[in-house]
Design a protein around this ligand. Structure first.
Ligand SMILES: Nc1ncnc2c1ncn2[C@@H]1O[C@H](COP(=O)(O)OP(=O)(O)OP(=O)(O)O)[C@@H](O)[C@H]1O
Ligand SMILES: [Mg+2]
Length: 261
């Protein structure tokens, strides 16, 4: 007898996630798997519960019920910093840089996951700290270059365009080399040329082994790089599958795609 083996391990597995705010159910019994190496797309109309679901995955809010596992280990009971250390990093729908700090400072101060910032090194091993800071700076600069922000690395974050802020968010997340990156509307409000840059960066990082889950309203972005696609409406997951089938699915068309230009 042969046993079917599923070779594609799920990086992320959601089982029956629900979140209520008072009497309102924002996320309603959502379950899906995201395979390692995927760029998953999470789409749906405004208020569908997408950001709330991200907040739940990242530990910012506790689900009322259900389970989340990252590479097979449960994370839904952990605080945000433990989930982050386990390898799940996210960006915000509205970027949150330190506005007065430069781009380089913003990237260098991004939480690095596991890097040693033990304060006693400061007292005992000044040479070591200097070397570590140099290494951190080198790493930050190479990420900044990768994200096409080298030209503005000494500029205050406050002076960046909306699109550059999205790239800065991505750069900050990359400092921790997460296993799974959640992006909340990375293409919102960015101009078409930066959009191409952003999509290129995501695909390049994906080729290097990063797994993504992306909330996005821009259907060109979603349809060109995301698979699988998950569609939420009124808190529920109404579809999981490929882009082609999503376009033919009447429930998806009724809830979302049918209303888009
Ligand atoms: N902290 C909260 N307290 C009460 N209601 C909330 C809270 N957070 C979200 N909601 C509600 O939950 C619903 C889902 O919101 P959410 O932000 O998750 O939607 P979304 O799918 O991300 O929408 P958008 O595409 O507009 O970003 C909305 O009706 C919202 O008003
Ligand atoms: Mg949202």
């Amino acid at each position: 007898m042969t046993t079917a083996v599923n070779n594609t391990q799920a990086v992320l597995r959601l089982e029956g996630i629900s979140k209520r705010f008072g009497g309102f159910t924002a996320v309603d019994d959502v379950s899906f798997d995201l395979p390692a190496g995927a760029i998953g797309g999470l789409i749906g109309p405004n208020g569908a519960g997408k950001t709330t679901l991200f907040n739940t995955l990242a530990g910012m809010i506790q689900p009322d019920s259900g389970q989340v596992s990252l590479n097979g280990a449960p994370i839904h009971t952990l605080p945000p910093h433990r989930i982050f250390s386990a390898g799940l990093a996210r960006t915000f729908q509205i970027p949150r840089p330190f506005r007065e700090m430069t781009v380089l400072e913003n990237v260098m101060t991004a939480p690095a996951g596991q890097a040693g910032e033990k304060f006693w090194n400061n007292l005992l091993r000044p040479g070591l700290v200097a070397r570590q800071e140099l290494a951190l700076r080198d790493k930050a600069m190479s990420i900044i270059e990768f994200c096409d922000l080298a030209r503005v690395s000494s500029d205050a974050a406050a002076s960046l365009s909306g699109g550059q802020l999205k790239l800065l968010e991505l750069a900050r997340v990359l400092m921790s080399e997460p296993k799974l990156i959640l992006l909340d509307e990375p293409a919102a409000g960015i101009n078409p040329s930066l959009m191409v840059t952003l999509v290129d960066k995501i695909t390049e990082l994906n080729r290097q082994g990063y797994t993504f889950l992306i909330i996005e309203h821009n259907m060109d972005v979603v349809m060109s790089i995301c698979e699988p696609i998950m569609v939420m409406a009124q808190g529920r997951l109404i579809y999981r599958g490929n882009a082609e089938d999503a376009r033919q699915n009447t429930e998806v068309l009724d809830a979302y795609l049918g209303d888009l230009p």
